[in-house]
Design a protein around this ligand. Structure first.
Ligand SMILES: Cc1cc2nc3c(=O)[nH]c(=O)nc-3n(C[C@H](O)[C@H](O)[C@H](O)COP(=O)(O)OP(=O)(O)OC[C@H]3O[C@@H](n4cnc5c(N)ncnc54)[C@H](O)[C@@H]3O)c2cc1C
Length: 393
């Protein structure tokens, strides 16, 4: 098999598996794929670890709302972060998985072999006609070109709140409207929620709740009862989807495209495939984990340990995770952190203001700090197993 393994794009080399090595292929170099690749390389001397991603630049998804508001983020280059640890980086887009031959087929015709596959392709917001999503590279330019226009943000989940506040702060003359079925911060306790509502008020964000958006038009959105609300741009933040790569390969997925895994994070239909992060449907005793970095990083650390165990002839162990917090930025000058029980229901404790800003900044930057220092946190040391609230079946 011939493939181009230089991320600059010119060199072609024949790829042969070194004797005695096991091919571990990690699909996607986001927060979890990076952590898994580094963790496996660190723990297993007999693993040849390959990390596939469409770009050499690391996407800080946790900061997509900052990008939308026109901020420049650091240019973190994945090969520089992983190659010193012995991980081979391949730039490319996975277009198909051949589970019979155990190969991932790339969009340019190359293919990559695997003995074990780590599926870490993340998720995205469902696309809606005439609306931007938070990952749309054209959103920042649109906002820059309409600094006094109206932006309608549909959905008051964490992405909707972070985007609305970030944009309102960056463009004080823009009219930002937050439209949602539910109340902003409904998953938080009363004090954290009250702080959040004060921040929306201070930033002059018009909040409209209890309504359904039935259609997005080029210059308006339509609500229940055919009510039209004019807008210069719409940001759609609800309805998370995972690309159908696994489903198309015959791997068992749920109705959002996430790979259904067993208690050890291996696909229920293809045990040679681990799924982690947003791309995995992981059940705990309190329910299925929703996609966050907070839960994704432990899935990656656990998978690295499991693969290392398997290479030593041992069985992988069950994964356990419990939530710790809901960190929400409210622009650059405010934030609120709701601490939670393992099942993500709110505790009494929360942070606001400067303490919350520093906390949110620390959690948003910490994965990159780990990658730079080539650390892989042992899964058991994260302490986020959920304790008594998350007992194994
Ligand atoms: C605005 C915003 C704020 C957020 N804030 C928080 C927060 O404060 N705390 C928190 O815990 N979580 C937060 N999240 C959620 C968090 O960003 C995700 O849960 C996290 O990024 C999931 O990591 P991942 O590795 O599964 O996916 P990603 O980080 O999305 O990485 C997936 C990678 O796979 C690559 N890929 C996709 N398809 C293919 C393919 N076919 N072939 C090859 N590569 C592919 C992508 O290019 C990407 O590099 C936030 C999300 C958003 C959008």
């Amino acid at each position: 098999m011939l493939y181009d393994d230089s991320h600059t794009g010119s060199r072609l080399r024949r790829l042969a598996r070194p004797w005695g090595m096991t091919d571990i292929l990690v699909l996607g170099a986001g927060y979890t794929g990076m952590m898994a690749a580094l963790g496996i390389a660190r723990r297993s001397k007999t693993a040849r670890v390959t990390l596939l991603n469409p770009s050499t630049r690391f996407t800080e998804r946790l900061r997509q709302h900052q990008v939308a508001a026109g901020q420049e983020l650091g240019n973190h280059q994945i090969p520089q972060l992983v190659e010193p640890a012995g991980v081979r980086f391949v730039k490319g887009w996975a277009a198909g998985i051949d589970t019979q031959r155990r190969r991932v087929v790339l969009s340019d015709g190359r293919d990559l072999p695997y003995d074990t596959l780590v599926y870490a392709i993340g998720s995205s917001t469902q696309a809606v006609n005439y609306a931007f999503t938070i990952d749309d590279p054209q959103l920042a330019a649109h906002l820059r070109d309409h600094p006094t226009g109206v932006l309608t943000v549909c959905g008051a989940g964490l992405t909707g709140i972070e985007a609305a506040t970030e944009v309102a702060e960056a463009y004080p003359r823009m009219r930002v409207r937050l439209i949602s079925r539910g109340e902003p911060g409904s998953m938080m306790g009363p004090k954290a929620r009250a702080h959040l509502m004060r921040a929306l008020d201070r930033l002059d964000i018009e909040v409209r709740t209890g309504v359904n958006v039935t259609k997005v038009l080029p210059d308006a959105i339509e609500l229940d009862g055919s009510e039209l609300v004019g807008t210069d741009g719409t940001l759609w933040t609800t309805g998370v989807r995972v690309a159908p790569l696994a489903a198309q390969a015959g791997i068992t997925t749920d109705d959002t495209g996430r790979v259904v895994v067993d208690s050890t994070l291996r696909s229920v239909s293809h045990p040679e495939i681990y799924a982690i992060g947003d791309a995995a449907a992981i059940r705990q005793s309190y329910g299925v984990i929703h996609g966050t970095c907070q839960s994704g990083i432990p899935t990656a650390a656990h998978t690295a340990e499991s693969i290392a165990r398997q290479l030593r002839g041992k069985a992988p162990q069950p994964f356990r995770f419990g939530y710790l917090h809901q960190p929400v930025s409210l622009g650059r000058k405010d934030a609120v952190i709701q601490f939670t029980y393992a099942d993500d229901t709110p505790r009494r404790w929360y942070l606001k203001g400067m303490a919350a800003i520093m906390y949110k900044e620390a959690v948003s930057s910490s994965p990159l700090t780990f990658y730079r220092s080539r650390m892989a946190i042992p899964a058991r040391m994260t302490g986020l197993t959920g304790g008594r609230r998350n007992r194994l079946a």
